[in-house]
Design a protein around this ligand. Structure first.
Ligand SMILES: Nc1ncnc2c1ncn2[C@@H]1O[C@H](COP(=O)(O)OS(=O)(=O)O)[C@@H](OP(=O)(O)O)[C@H]1O
Ligand SMILES: [Mg+2]
Length: 382
């Protein structure tokens, strides 16, 4: 029985992600109101990285190391300290140090320990670079995407803080903080057009973003839970009004909503449009940044998530681990496009992934989509 396992890990992970979500909301608000200048940089692959990415990674790394011991914790995470350590990033580093310390000061409110004294830049760089584990098939590895969907984050739209625990190749805990995804059922679907068209939404309608949720689950539990994000100075009292979430029961393609990445560079919209047509999906795609797409399936707000990256792109484990387990434990199915389980045992990449990823609320829709991939693939340009 895996039921009682990982209780402490899950408890700490949810609290840490909760703190990280509030940190992100604060930084995002600052970015959108332009009081923060020069707070993001481009990485070598030209994707953006922000104060929030580094600050969340430092914060969660510090909490996990303090709780479980530096020597016992292996963390695989997206960010490194290369850009942040450069002399020209001194101001940026100063903001990260301030942001992390402000966040960790609040730890007791979340039932966690805060540092005895404020952390210095060396300790913070160390916390970030400690997350350089390469993962692998054996032992326990935490997997962290500090800000998944950084593009969405910068646009004032959807993003997620994703933390998972892998034990001997299996994802055993999944926690997904979704700071801009209110608890309200259907919110994502109803608010889709304004979200994308008006990134300033948070400024014109203050408060509406400040809802957010955290989803979490444990392998084998058959349950996925959702807590609201706390606001003001409230103390987190477990289980913080948690409620069970479940995938949608829709099986009819005509009634199903499918999600996909916003950026054409991250998935082939033309191919998924063809698949959707062949399967009989009638609704237009719900384009959402980040692992919030997995959250939408786990919550039952959408039925399908499809992603087909360009040939040669290797999916990273931190972009999927937490979301995949959440969908599975909430009753859904996630595989690659060949119908095989995703393999989290090979280090930082999902090696051997067959073409794309398909997450569905149930087996019937899933089978139809897999069948349609086989039928459409040869005529596609992928
Ligand atoms: N070329 C390419 N192809 C496929 N996937 C890529 C590619 N480049 C990046 N990524 C990864 O996709 C993560 C963002 O996925 P999203 O679904 O949020 O994309 S989108 O913003 O909605 O378009 C994004 O995660 P973050 O870096 O955490 O934002 C990337 O890891
Ligand atoms: Mg990511």
């Amino acid at each position: 029985m895996e039921d009682d396992k990982y209780t402490t890990e899950l408890n700490v992970a949810v609290r840490a992600v909760h703190m990280a979500c509030l940190l992100c909301q604060k930084v995002q608000k600052g970015l959108l109101s332009s009081t923060f200048v020069d707070q993001f940089k481009s990485k070598d692959d030209s994707s953006p990285v922000t104060v929030a990415d580094w600050s969340v990674q430092a914060t969660i790394s510090w909490i996990l190391s303090e709780t479980f011991g530096c020597d016992n914790v292996s963390i695989v995470a997206e960010e490194d300290v290369q850009t942040l350590s450069k002399p020209e990033s001194a101001n940026l580093l100063e903001v990260v140090v301030k942001t992390v310390n402000e966040c960790l000061n609040e730890a007791p409110r979340f039932g966690l320990k805060c540092p005895a004294q404020a952390l210095g830049s060396t300790q913070i760089l160390e916390a970030i670079s400690r997350c350089n584990s390469a993962g692998g098939p054996f032992g326990k590895h935490w997997v962290l995407d500090p800000v998944d969907g950084t593009v969405g984050f910068l646009r004032g739209s959807q993003y997620a803080v994703a933390l998972a625990l892998i034990n001997n190749s299996k994802v055993v805990i999944g926690v997904l903080g979704c700071p801009n995804y209110p608890i309200k059922n259907d919110w994502l679907v109803k608010n889709q057009p304004p979200c994308q068209a008006t990134p300033e939404l948070s400024l014109t309608n203050p408060g509406m973003w400040e809802e957010g949720c955290i989803l979490y689950t444990r392998r084998g539990s058959g349950e996925a839970w959702m807590q609201p994000l706390l606001h003001g100075n409230k103390k987190l009292i477990w289980p913080n009004s948690a409620k069970l979430v479940r995938v949608s029961s829709i099986e009819d393609p005509e009634l199903a909503t499918f999600c996909e990445p916003v950026e054409q560079a991250n998935t082939n919209h033309a191919f998924t449009a063809g698949l959707a047509h062949n399967v009989g999906l009638r609704k237009k795609p719900l384009r959402v940044h980040s692992m919030v797409k997995y959250a939408a399936i786990a919550r039952g707000d959408a039925e399908i998530f499809m992603k087909f990256a360009r040939a040669g792109y290797k999916e990273k484990i931190w972009d999927h681990a937490a979301g995949v387990l959440l969908v599975q434990e909430a009753g859904g199915v996630v595989t690659d496009a060949g119908g095989r389980a995703l393999d989290f045992s090979k280090g930082i990449y999902l090696e051997g992934l067959d073409r794309g990823i398909i997450a569905c609320c149930g087996a019937k829709l899933h089978e139809k989509i897999i069948g349609s991939v086989y039928a459409s693939w040869d005529s596609s340009n992928l």
